[in-house]
Each structure stands twice: as C-alpha cells, then as structure tokens.
Ligand binder design. Structure first.
Ligand code: IVH
Length: 661
C-alpha cells in the first residue's frame, strides 16, 4: 500500500467509526466540522485517484447519478404485516393466546412502532448489496442507490457478521426536516407532503439519489429476513447483534415479562411520543425466544408471535361548516375547511387544509358532511374521510370559485395540474407575498426592505406594486412614524441601487411560476436582454435548457398577461434596466445539445456544463438521438457505449474548450 492508499483507508475507518458512534452508540466523538473535514479530504483523494475508489466508501453517501426507473426486487422471504390491537382488553386476549401455546414462562421485547416506510437491506459478506421497499410483501422496488445515501445505513457491516443478512427496518424523516421540506416545497409551489411518512416514502422513491441524500432520512432496524451463518436465540440478542454489526436500533426497547409490564411500557412510550423528534404510532411486541416464535407461527400475512399495540389515533369527528379559499403568492387558491370546533389530541381544531380540488374529489367531500379529522404530530390537521352514513341529503357540493376571491380576476386552471390560480400579479392578496419575494435576498436583494416594511408600506398605501417602490422618496417615508431622515434615505438608495441588477435576479424576482433561481439564470443567459425575454416565443423558450412545456407555458402566460406587461413597462419607464449576465460568452453552441460523462481532466462536470451553457448550448443527462455531442472524460460508462451506437460525436475537454474558443 502506498501512502495515499493508507491515508484513504485511515480516513474511511475514521468516518465509519464516527458514524457508528453517532448513530449506533449515540455518543459522538467528532464535531460536525471535524467530520466534514475528514469527509472532504476523502472525497478529494477519491476524485483524484478514481482507481482507489471503493463502492463501500462512506463518500458514496452523496448519491450517484439519477436512475431512469426503479427495478423490481423479489424478497427472499416475504415482508409481512402486523396485527393491530388498540386497548388493554385486546392485549389481555393476545397475551393469553400466547400463553396457551407456549406456556406462562416467556418474555416479550417491546419497542416503538415507527411510522415510516418499511425497508429491507441485504448484506452479503458484510456488504450492502440491495435495499428494497416492501411493495406487496413479495416484490418491492430496488431503491439501493437512495438508501445508500442515508448516513445511519452502513455500507459495510462491522465486527463478526454473518454470510448473509437481511435486515428489516423503518425509514423515517424527522418532524423538523419534514416541516422544512414542506416549507421549501410551498415556496417552490410544489405539492406538500401530507405527513412525515409520505415525505420519507416520496424521498426514497426519488429517481435522483442526490435529492434523497439531501432529505435527512434515517433508519431504525427492527427485524430479520433471511440470515445465514449466525445462530441466535432471542429477539433481545438480535438487538444486541444489530448494534454490534453497526446497525441502528432504537434505545427505547425493553424486555417485558408480564402483561402489567407491557401495559406500563405502552403508557411510558405514549407519554414520550410528542417529545420524540420523529413519528411513532404505537409499540410493537415480539415474543422474545425464537423457539417460541417458531412454535407460534403465522396467520395469513402476519406473525402470531408479534403484535402492534397502537396509540389512540389523534382523530376527532366533526362537521364541515364551510370551505374558504385562500390566495398565496404564486396565486394558488387553496381550499380551507371551516370546521365545527373539535378537540383532537389536546388541541382545539377549527380548520383543516384541503390542499386542492383533487383532494376534495378524492374524499367525496360536501359542505355539512360529518368528517374524521386527524392530527399527525405538529402538522396542520387533515380531513381523513367522510362518514357518508351520516348524510341527510342536505349536503351541498363544494364549488371552486371562478373568480379570485380577492381581486375578482378570472381563475386559471390547466389540464395537467390540480391547482386553481389567480395570475393577476396586482391581486391584493398576492401582492404582499409577491413584493416580499421581489425584494428578497435571492431576487432583487433590496437591502433593508424586509417583510415588515412591505406590510407597512402597503398598509399606508405608499406602494401598489413593484414599480411604485422606485417612486419612494425619503420625504414620503418620513411621513411614517419613527422614520428618521438618514434611514429613509438609506432605504431609498438601496431600492434605487437595484435598477441595474443582473437580469436573472429580475426574472426570478417577478415570481413566475416554476421559474426558480436556476431557471431564471438559464433564461437570462439565453435571452441576454429583458426585451428579448419579454418577446420570447414558445419555440424559443423550449430551446432554453431545463425549460419544458410546463415551464414555457407558465412563462408565456405571465408575459402575455396585460397587467403584468403594464407593470413591467412601468418598471422600464422608471429606468430599470437589468444587465446581461457577466458570464455570457456568445452563441457558438446555440442549438446544440451536450451530454457529459466520465471524469474530465481539469473541469468538474458542473463547470463543463456552465461553459457549454454560457455559450448558448444545452446540457442534458442522457444520450438520445437529439444529442449532438458527448463530452467524454476518464472512466466513461454506458453513455459512451450508447453514444457510439447512435453515432453521437465525441469531444474531449480540450476539444470542447477549442470549440468555444
Ligand atoms: S417488527 C412481521 N418492529 O410495521 C413484521 N415492525 O404494520 C415484523 N414497523 O411491516 C416487523 N416499527 O415495517 C417491527 N419496531 C417495529 C416496527 C415495525 C414499524 C412496521 C414494519 C411492518 C409494519 C406492520
């Protein structure tokens, strides 16, 4: 081994050890910064020496390239479900049935029931080879690439591991990460996840492992599939072995010897429920001795030796009084259920979100219906179902408004989406949110003009839309209470300073649907001037990288709206002249489509892609008959084969550079 190899091995073992201490032993020894430093060093060495890369290296957790689709995976042993019980009486029955088969001298293992996504991890000779979802119990989906990105999932087992180990567990997402994820999705105008379980499932079913890697997923191991080369006797022992092999289990697990102890454990865990950072919905009880488990066997698709003892659902029954419609920044009209107040899990619930029209249809919901409301953790209550038996015939169909409840403009719906929206940028309900977005750091970056300011200015009617911001004078601002001369001048200066902002900031600031920062940048690179952007045709828009039909349509709808155009014209009249992006390099590659593969000698893939884009070219992720060039680096894989099949021209990094001069 040379010194680089030695260093790589050392780094890998330090990082694996740190993960183990953090996740399994729950006693971290490295700070986040120290961990990051080691991780970055390893990543750098592996990039520089791809021949030393190890598929079980902890750096594999950043996520590989996107998949086209998931393949099916057949479990060696079916993944079963659990029978549920909901009360102490049912527990007594279950316990007695156990005793009638295996006698009175037995114990059970109790642990939380995680409200997540069931997963199976297969370790062959200690290496993680497959991770799959439960699917129908027999066949699931192969989601290995995504599961590999989860930090608490070891790619290689520790210690004295068996030849074959199939571990089952639950993938969960922390409540706070779930909330942040939804906040981000709301900002991007993407549909929200209904609860953390859906968020975890949605993240694992992402085709792009890099997205899964960003989602902060976690895993708790709880049971076994097939195992070869180990001899174990009890469930408690299995828990210990999981930890020994570096697999994360839950600290709240306990061997319980009597019914009383079980009930006490249930109450204890239920008491902890709200303080746990992730969702649990009960406890699972498993007969401890595997010998006893074998004796008890199975009924249908559940083991007889285990049971889920569920917490009382945080549900309530009430009546839907009305539906109100709210308007958000991007104009999405969200229906909100107005409920007869009801207590659910210690909180009085008066309203619930209905997401969109599809959800109303799916529920078959009508006004005056009796409904089941559910609170999932800290999440806004949801309507679970309609109790149709309670219908009297007086229920009324819910009609979506045809006009915006705030500005009365027509509401737009398109075939391919479920949302209804108001596209009038001057709509008062949208205005405050629209202006906050325009002024925000990532858009026009108007220093000092925070949300509070915008609300005050709107309330005092000192601003009406984007353009009126540029009419503000220190004198006008000083008419506001406690507004000094210096700070008024400062704010006006900050606003005026943004007149020559770069075009991408301006486009992003307009708040066009689906146009995030990245798309705004690509549009700015492509069109160069505001004038060209405003006069873009559908065909031209579709030529812009990452702009598909959906995005092109949203842009056209926006720029052809009369009110929007008037407002932009007013901005132009006031001297707003967004600058072309600095990186603009010309149109040499206009109309050409590129794919990049392998490791390039000096540029990273992102840098190469940016180089292509700034010269007008388009970069895509996969080879098709529309690809003009494949930029090839070392260790190119299947893309190169496919490109050759299709006769796509190949370019080296040097040739690409030569092409753009
Ligand atoms: S043991 C027969 N332990 O609940 C399966 N399962 O409703 C034995 N689950 O498919 C599984 N937390 O994915 C076990 N602590 C836990 C669990 C747990 C959640 C899931 C599991 C199973 C489902 C059945």
């Amino acid at each position: 081994m040379n010194s680089i190899q030695l260093r790589i091995e050392k780094l890998k073992s330090q990082i694996n050890e740190a993960n183990y201490r953090y996740y399994v032993l729950d006693s971290p020894t490295l700070s986040d910064a120290e961990y990051d430093l080691l991780f970055k060093e390893l990543l750098k060495l592996e990039t520089k020496h791809p021949e030393l890369r190890d598929p079980a290296s902890p750096t594999q957790k950043v996520g590989g390239p996107p998949l086209e689709k998931f393949t099916k995976y057949r479990h060696r042993e079916p993944m079963l479900s659990l029978q549920n019980i909901y009360s102490e009486e049912e527990l007594v029955d279950f316990y007695d049935r156990w005793a009638s088969v295996i006698g009175n001298n037995f114990s059970v293992m109790g642990e939380p029931k995680f409200d997540g996504l069931a997963i199976e991890l297969v370790y062959e000779e200690g290496i993680l080879t497959v991770a799959s979802t439960r699917g129908d119990g027999e066949t699931g989906e192969n989601v290995t690439e995504n599961v590999k990105t989860i930090r608490s999932v070891p790619l290689k087992l520790r210690g004295d591991y068996p030849k074959l180990l199939e571990v089952r567990g639950e993938i969960i997402i922390f409540k706070k990460d779930f909330e942040e994820l939804n906040k981000e999705r709301a900002k991007q105008d993407e549909p929200l996840f209904a609860n953390p379980r859906n968020a975890a499932a949605g993240s694992i079913r992402q085709l792009d492992p890099k997205i899964a890697a960003q989602r902060h997923l976690d895993l708790f191991c709880h049971s076994l599939g097939k195992i070869e080369g180990a001899n174990l006797k009890t469930q408690v022992e299995l828990g210990e072995l999981f930890s020994h092999w570096g697999l994360r289990t839950h600290a709240l697990k306990k061997e319980l010897r009597t019914q009383k102890e079980i009930q006490r454990f249930f109450v204890e865990v239920e008491g902890l429920r709200d303080s746990l950072p992730y969702e649990i919905d009960g406890i699972v009880l498993k007969v401890n001795e595997l010998k006893n488990q074998r004796e008890l066997g199975f009924v249908a698709r559940s083991p007889r030796w285990a049971v889920a003892y569920k917490f009382k659902a945080q549900e309530g029954i009430t009546v839907l009084k009305d539906v109100h419609f709210q308007v958000g920044r991007t104009g999405v009209i969200t229906p909100v259920a107005v409920l007869e107040p009801v207590w659910v899990g210690g909180v009085e619930v008066k309203s619930a979100t209905l997401h969109n029209e599809d959800q109303i249809k799916a529920l078959g919901l009508k006004i005056h219906d009796t409904v089941v409301v559910k609170r999932a953790g800290d999440v806004i209550p949801n309507i679970q179902s309609v109790i149709t038996e309670k219908r009297t015939g007086k229920e009324k169909t819910i009609h979506f408004p045809k006009q915006c409840p705030s500005c009365k403009d027509a509401i737009i719906t398109s075939e391919d989406e479920v949302a209804h929206r108001c596209i009038n940028v001057a709509c008062p309900a949208r205005l405050a949110e629209t202006l906050k977005h325009f002024a925000s750091k990532r858009a026009m970056n108007i220093e000092g003009l925070g949300d509070k300011w915008i609300e005050i200015l709107l309330e005092k009617q000192l601003i009406h839309h984007f353009s009126s911001l540029y009419d503000l004078t220190p004198e006008l601002l000083q008419t506001l209470e406690r507004q000094g001369e210096r700070s008024a001048q400062k704010l006006v200066d900050a606003i005026q300073k943004t007149k020559n902002n770069a075009l991408d900031r301006f486009i992003f600031g307009l708040g066009i649907r689906f146009v995030g920062e990245r798309t705004a940048e690509l549009l700015a690179i492509h069109f160069r001037t505001l004038d060209k952007f405003l006069n873009a045709t559908e065909e031209e828009l579709l030529n812009v990288e990452e702009v598909g039909e959906k995005v092109a349509k949203a842009i056209l709808q926006f720029i052809s709206d009369k009110k929007n155009r008037n407002e932009i014209n007013r901005l132009i009249e006031k001297g707003i002249t967004p600058k072309p992006l600095k990186s603009y390099g010309g149109t040499t590659l206009q109309g050409k489509t590129f794919v990049i593969t392998g490791t390039l000698p000096t540029l990273s893939r992102d840098e190469a892609a940016d180089l292509i884009r700034t010269h007008g070219g388009k970069v895509t992720g996969s080879i098709s008959k529309n690809t003009d060039y494949l930029v090839v680096g070392e260790e190119a894989g299947s893309k190169l084969t496919k490109a050759r099949e299709l006769g796509v021209k190949e370019l080296s990094e040097a040739q690409l550079k030569a092409l753009v001069g």
